[in-house]
Design a protein around this ligand. Sequence first.
Ligand code: LMR
Length: 334
Amino acid sequence: MNKLKFKAAVVGFAALALGLTAVSASAQCDSGEVVVKLSHVTGGTTHPKVVASNNLAERVNKELNGEMCVEVYPNSTLFGDSKELEALLLGDVQLLAPSLSKFGSYTPKLGIYDLPFLFKDMDQAIRFMTAEKGKELLNSMSDVGFVGLGYWLSGMKYFSANKPLLVPSDAEGLKFRVQTSDVAKAMISAMGASPQPMAFAEVYGALQTGVVDGQENTWSNIYTKKFFEVQDSTTETSHQVLAYLFMTSTDFLESLKPDVREKFLAICDSVTMEANESVKAKEETNKQNIIKSGGKINELTPEQRKEWVDAMKPVWKQFEKGIGADYIEAASKS
Ligand code: LMR
């Protein structure tokens, strides 16, 4: 069987057979190849992170065949939110793409991406990410041993709940699942609601059983994880951007032979650029998939949107010192 197809098939099967994942998948790389595990938490086939990860594996496995072999572990099958960063430092995984909202215990600076209504759309976020200040933030955790290889976007974020949310006061008293971000927690509190940090893998169950009433995410996550099935509706708030830090560790990068490292980094850049060019189309596809599957979407009038912006704007001040006013200003002007 074609080597690439065989690898993909085995990892896909292994993802189902949880416990055997690592062993079965590793067996497919040729001896002598550097085995690179890429672990992430998203699923489905149309999610931007799933597509970017699979493209990376395909490109590396073809262009660096015999030297390097990437295996992709989606859906938290290898590591979930709580363990993946530690696993990277321990060398148990070599590539990750966690949401920028999950680095609060390492740096306050990436909190900029959670500031509500700072980025009005993905184009503004991409302009900031590819300009000087955005690039600087890629390596804001080099002291820890993390290397940012690029930003991968997922989309803008929208609130869903077990009742329609048209103005912030509709959220009063509700419990919202958030990622482990102090900015997200402050934002939910500013709505008069209560934030419940939780791993991504647990969100569907928590919405279904009523442990939480609502959540915030992109169309791609809401569709591929079927959150719309267990929520009344999703409101097009576009209140934040959801993007990932496609990353590795200093130890791993330094362990590569210089020529392999150079080729690997060039593939990473090219896959990143391609992923961000196609992200808007993927988000639109997944929005339409939600509608086709019976999910309800609420649009906001300009007056309703203004209420959301006004309710959340005070959150910026709380985090300005940790993030840096110069970064916030650069992002606002992007
Ligand atoms: C979430 O936890 O809601 C997202 O960060 C998941 C992801 O990786 O898109």
